[in-house]
Design a protein around this ligand. Structure first.
Ligand code: SF4
Ligand code: SF4
Ligand code: FES
Length: 235
């Protein structure tokens, strides 16, 4: 009795066909409440060739990021009932597409690697762990929760135009996560990597990133904090 139409982007690299939209009718009485449930239903019942990524189905792994009704979000945490009819489902924008809803994340993960996302220390190893006070630990709140879904980077207009050199909001939020860590001792080197007219300063505070983060994080604020640190070390 309850049927909903989904218009889904299709692209098959093994044919010469142009990308197209396919319309699928989903039986909502036989399907879970999330967009990911609908995609799985389509794959199981209508077209087993539909390609998409998913793993945790609870907003932890970041792999099911896509564009639904024009907004980047996780398919596993987006209610079908929040979408128009027909609902539109596209892969993340501004990425090379491997197949259907699967974007190629090679470039954005290379940008992530550039910020050296691990703890770096210079002082000798202590006998036990490097302690943090509760206050120092709380400075990581709002940053450590990032699941690298790249909804923000895909939605950032500056990254559309300068994605080859601007690191984008996901990598920059992660960069600040390490700058904010009281145990890390590579602040100077980290800021050297970031202080560049493109890598950091192509952010124009448009804040699309903050609006689209499915974890409720604020990459725009993290970028502003990095700019402040760069300025402070100059004075
Ligand atoms: S605030 Fe900066 S990083 Fe975020 S969307 Fe705007 S330009 Fe991109
Ligand atoms: S900041 Fe948010 S939108 Fe960006 S990668 Fe992390 S979790 Fe995803
Ligand atoms: S399946 Fe892991 S975040 Fe959606």
């Amino acid at each position: 009795m309850r049927v909903k139409a989904f218009e889904i982007y299709r692209y098959d690299p093994d044919t010469d066909d142009s990308p197209r939209l396919d319309t699928f009718e989903v039986d909502l009485d036989d399907c879970g409440p999330m967009v990911l449930d609908a995609l799985i239903w389509i794959k199981n019942n209508v077209d087993s060739t539909l390609a998409f990524r998913r793993s945790c189905r609870e907003g932890i792994c970041g792999s099911c990021a896509m564009t639904m009704d024009g907004t980047n979000w996780l398919a596993c945490t987006r209610f079908i009932s929040d979408l128009a009819t027909p609902a539109t489902v596209y892969p993340l924008a501004n990425m090379r597409i491997i197949k259907d809803l699967v974007p190629d994340l090679t470039h954005v993960f290379a940008q992530y690697a550039m910020i050296e996302p691990w703890l770096q220390t210079r002082t000798p190893e202590p006998e036990r762990e490097r302690p943090q006070s509760p206050e120092e630990r709380s400075r990581l709140d709002g940053y450590y929760e990032c699941i690298l879904c790249f909804c923000c980077t895909s939605g950032c207009p500056s990254h559309w135009w300068n994605g080859d050199r601007f690191l984008g909001p996901a990598a920059l939020l992660q960069a600040y996560r390490w700058l904010a860590d009281s145990r890390d001792e590579a602040t100077g080197e980290r800021l050297d990597i970031l202080e560049d007219p493109f890598r950091l300063y192509r952010c124009h505070t448009i804040l699309n990133c903050t609006r689209t983060c499915p974890k409720g994080l604020n990459p725009g604020k993290a970028i502003a904090e990095i700019k402040k640190m760069v300025l402070e070390r100059r004075t």
